[in-house]
Design a protein around this ligand. Structure first.
Ligand SMILES: CC(C)(COP(=O)(O)OP(=O)(O)OC[C@H]1O[C@@H](n2cnc3c(N)ncnc32)[C@H](O)[C@@H]1OP(=O)(O)O)[C@@H](O)C(=O)NCCC(=O)NCCS
Length: 144
């Protein structure tokens, strides 16, 4: 696998469900059951992973119709490795996919967890409020 820097390898395919669950757990994000996570990862339009010594330390993915409407989700860097520019490596790769693979005029959405909005602003993302407000409906009770 190609190295981006400091022995960090980049890959353009989804992580395993267990790697994914472990990384999400490390930042307090929702940890879906293994089978659900596996199915979700499989349906990604594109995924980027960063590994050090074979261990998943960062990722991000694009989900959606893959043509006109997509969403960037699961941009996460393992806490020990934060603040070293790894999220920018992930975003560079995701935006490279978006700009080359999506239709002209396509919408790329994301829900920014403040202060990560500062990361996305560097890639041209703008808050939609007040003209449009992001809304979310969460099904059932949250998995643990
Ligand atoms: C948000 C997150 C992915 C950033 O990862 P990272 O590898 O530490 O980020 P980078 O070092 O590449 O920094 C990229 C930019 O993000 C912004 N940023 C990252 N962490 C920040 C923080 N704690 N406060 C303010 N801005 C921050 C900065 O603008 C930074 O660019 P700059 O250094 O040029 O100002 C990481 O903190 C994380 O995994 N957080 C928990 C999960 C999460 O909230 N993910 C975002 C979902 S929308």
């Amino acid at each position: 696998m190609p190295k981006v820097r400091d022995e960090i390898e980049i890959s353009h395919s989804p992580p395993s469900a267990e790697e994914y669950r472990s990384l999400m757990r490390s930042v307090g994000f929702t940890v879906f059951p293994a089978a659900v996570a596996a199915e979700s990862l499989k349906r990604s339009c594109h995924a980027v992973t960063l590994r050090k010594d074979g261990v998943l330390i960062g990722m991000g993915r694009i989900v959606g119709d893959g043509v006109c409407f997509v969403e960037i989700v699961d941009v996460v860097v393992e806490p020990v490795h934060q603040g070293k520019g790894l999220a920018k490596i992930v975003m560079d790769a995701l935006m490279s996919y978006a700009t080359t693979q999506l239709a002209e005029g396509a919408f790329v959405y994301l829900s920014a967890h403040v202060p990560a909005d500062r990361l996305y602003a560097q890639y041209g993302f703008e808050a939609t409020a007040p003209d449009a407000v992001g809304m979310c409906y969460r099904l059932g009770s949250a998995p643990t």
